[in-house]
Design a protein around this ligand. Structure first.
Ligand code: PLP
Ligand code: COI
Length: 339
């Protein structure tokens, strides 16, 4: 294993030894190739650069107590990349090719998969870009699929502690019938202004409202939102939200642990009735939300006791992590052991 101070890792890029690349040319995908370069050489008129033909994924692999590497729900990420690609008129790798490239990238960088005790993991970033030259606005005829990895710690610097988020009332992340439900770079560009404003004001991220009526809770930075009250796990149903694989998994676990699960619109006014709240995603895992500030109305909504993570967030977090690290049997079939 590499000599890295795993326990102090945050969420960021660091160089590993290899990445994996495939090309779509003349109507077919090439086999995955290993590269040791961090650079891509692409045409300056590539559609990804001008017209936003790009989609990406985020997933994690974990080293268990037994030393084995476990990959979490890879097939779901492969399918989501296909959905993203289809919407912005790109070609996508098959589930098999996606999985082969991901597994190859993990194996080639096995020494960067953090040890079990560190609580860190290997973040995997599959990237799909249009690389064919087009001057008119039209889909590229050529695509590149790249998978790179980096060992990471917690996304929000607080780790598994309560965090404060800012309610964004001014800017939208995605249009009502736009691209909010897929994982394309444009969504992150449009959300970046709010993210930076939130950080500058001391918040970990911004929580968006639906862009049509500005009444309902939407995405929470790079994560889905959920709230807990009256033994229910409640998460927004919205076309502009990315269908989070972490959230889908938490919904299964919540139900398994005796909570009722509701996917529906959440009016902003309902926030104050939640006993607990959290942001969830691959990078964020569960980030318990302690407080949401509505700066325009000079209002703070607090969940539970200050600085204390709620009981359900804690239980859900530990259950999910136990499955991911292989401490608990994989009864839902979410894990691929990388051998
Ligand atoms: N929402 C957005 C905007 C994201 O970027 C992510 C991260 O992938 C999520 C939600 C969480 O999705 P997942 O749990 O599949 O990582
Ligand atoms: C993830 O959770 O995988 C994400 O994509 C978050 C991110 C954009 C850093």
């Amino acid at each position: 294993m590499k000599n890295i101070d795993w326990s102090t890792l945050g969420f960021g890029y660091s160089k590993t030894d290899f990445n994996v690349r495939c090309y779509y040319r003349d109507g077919k995908w090439s086999a995955p190739e290993i590269s040791d370069s961090e650079m891509l050489s692409i045409h300056m008129a590539s559609t990804c650069l001008h017209y936003g033909q790009e989609a990406f994924e985020g997933m994690k692999a974990f080293r268990g107590k037994d030393g084995k590497i476990r990959l979490f729900r890879c097939e779901e990420n492969a399918k989501r990349m296909q959905a993203s690609a289809e919407y912005v008129m790109m070609q996508a790798p098959s589930v098999e090719l996606f999985t082969e490239a991901v597994v190859k990238a993990i194996k080639a960088n096995e020494e960067y998969v953090p040890p079990y005790e560190s609580g860190a993991s290997l973040y995997i970033r599959p990237l799909l870009i249009g690389v064919g030259p087009q001057m008119g606005v039209a889909p590229s005829k050529e695509y590149m699929f790249v998978v790179f990895v980096a060992p990471v710690g917690p996304y929000f610097k607080e780790g598994f502690r309560t965090t404060k988020v800012m309610l964004e009332r001014k800017y939208d992340r995605a249009a009502p019938n736009g691209t909010g439900h897929i994982k394309v770079g444009g969504n992150y560009a449009s959300g970046m202004r709010s993210g930076v404003i939130a950080h500058d004001k001391g918040y970990s991220t911004a929580i968006f409202l639906d862009s049509k009526e500005k009444k309902y809770i939407d995405e929470c930075g790079p994560a889905n939102f959920f709230g807990i009250k009256d033994n229910s796990y409640i998460t927004p149903a919205s076309h502009t939200i990315l269908p989070s694989i972490t959230n889908a998994s938490l919904m299964v676990l919540a139900e398994d642990m005796g909570l009722k699960v509701e996917r529906r619109r959440i009016p902003v006014e309902e926030l104050e009735t939640f006993e607990e709240a959290g942001a969830c995603g691959t990078a964020a895992v569960i980030s318990p939300i302690g407080q949401i500030d509505d700066l325009e109305n000079n209002k703070s909504i607090c969940f539970g006791n200050p600085g204390v993570v709620g009981a359900w967030c804690t239980k859900l977090y530990h259950r999910l992590r136990a499955i991911q690290y292989g401490d608990e049997a994989d009864k839902f079939g979410w894990i691929t052991v990388v051998e």
